[in-house]
Ligand binder design. Structure first.
Ligand code: AMP
Length: 281
């Protein structure tokens, strides 16, 4: 495994694959790697096959954080991350600095204007513009044939698919299922910041989503399902529900009917830690 610390070195290292028929599969991450990331990397290796190339990036992208304290407290565990990448058969890990990634006078951003309107897009202004901008830059640098994203960030996955379609990136996007702890809590780099009490309470999020799916199958109204879910989460000791919504999982808009493909998505604070999760209904 080669660790590549700058854009110039990355271009040099990957130049031999340009114009070749080599499959190059890319997994972008912000580090503090866990089982969710590990699964993405295993999927990337499967797509690449034995002869293909897997590239991961570890970059805590400052321009996608709407809250400075969330950025400064974001866990950083580089040494451990590199061991995980090596274990999962990653060929190249790209670990650029912010100074290298972003020119001082940068003045272009990529802003998705439809799917970003609700959920995390509504509660974190500028977040998805930051995500699209960094992912577009990483796609240009790595020039992968394929890239893997987790359904944990369902809205992000939909937005990346849209960006690839609308800006003609010749890249296949693969979605990976959410990886969970045994008690149902989705793996997240932010889980380590939960207090013991909140860590014990947080699995209620997945229980609530499962129950909502069951209630949906039984024919309950969407409003009723949301109300029951909100009460259950607040009763668990959550600090605040940032959002809890049922949307069309392709458009991320309010559904017009229950026949549409639906997603229940939520963002909930336990203390100052914001957790997200979702389920396809
Ligand atoms: P992050 O490092 O949080 O930016 O996440 C990098 C990638 O890992 C994104 O595509 C996430 O959706 C994905 N990911 C994070 N947590 C999980 C999880 N628990 N299960 C599946 N994918 C995940």
């Amino acid at each position: 495994m080669q660790i590549v610390t700058s854009k110039d070195l990355l271009r040099g290292a990957l130049s031999k694959y340009r114009g070749s028929h080599q499959t190059v599969v890319f997994v972008p991450t912000m580090g503090a790697l866990h089982e969710g990331h590990r699964t993405l990397m295993a999927k990337a290796r499967q797509i690449a096959g034995e002869d293909g190339v897997v590239v991961a990036s570890i970059f805590v992208n400052p321009i996608q954080f709407d809250n400075p304290s969330d950025l400064s407290s974001y866990p950083r565990t580089m040494e451990q991350d590199l061991a995980i990448c090596a274990n999962e058969g990653v060929n190249y890990v790209f670990t650029p600095s912010s100074q290298d990634m972003y020119a001082d006078q940068r003045s272009i951003i990529i802003d998705e204007t439809s799917l970003s309107g609700k959920l995390c897009g509504a509660s974190r202004p500028g977040h998805f513009a930051g995500v699209c901008t960094v992912v577009a830059k990483l796609f240009n640098l790595v020039q992968p044939t394929d890239a893997v994203f987790g359904k944990k960030d369902y809205q992000q996955l939909a937005i990346i698919r849209r960006m690839v379609r609308d800006l003609d990136f010749p890249i296949r996007i693969h979605g990976a299922e959410i990886v969970r702890h045994e008690d149902g809590l989705a793996y997240s780099s932010r889980n380590v910041r939960l207090s013991e009490e909140n860590r014990a309470a947080a699995p209620v999020l997945y229980q609530t989503l499962l129950e909502a799916k069951q209630q949906f199958a039984e024919g309950k109204s969407l409003d009723e399902i949301k109300q029951i879910a909100e009460s259950k989460i607040m009763d668990s000791g959550a600090t605040k529900i940032d959002y809890l919504e049922i949307v069309n999982r392709e458009t991320m808009q309010e559904p017009q009917s229950k026949e549409e493909p639906l997603l229940m998505a939520l963002a909930v604070f336990y203390g100052d830690v914001r957790l997200i999760d979702n389920i396809e209904l």
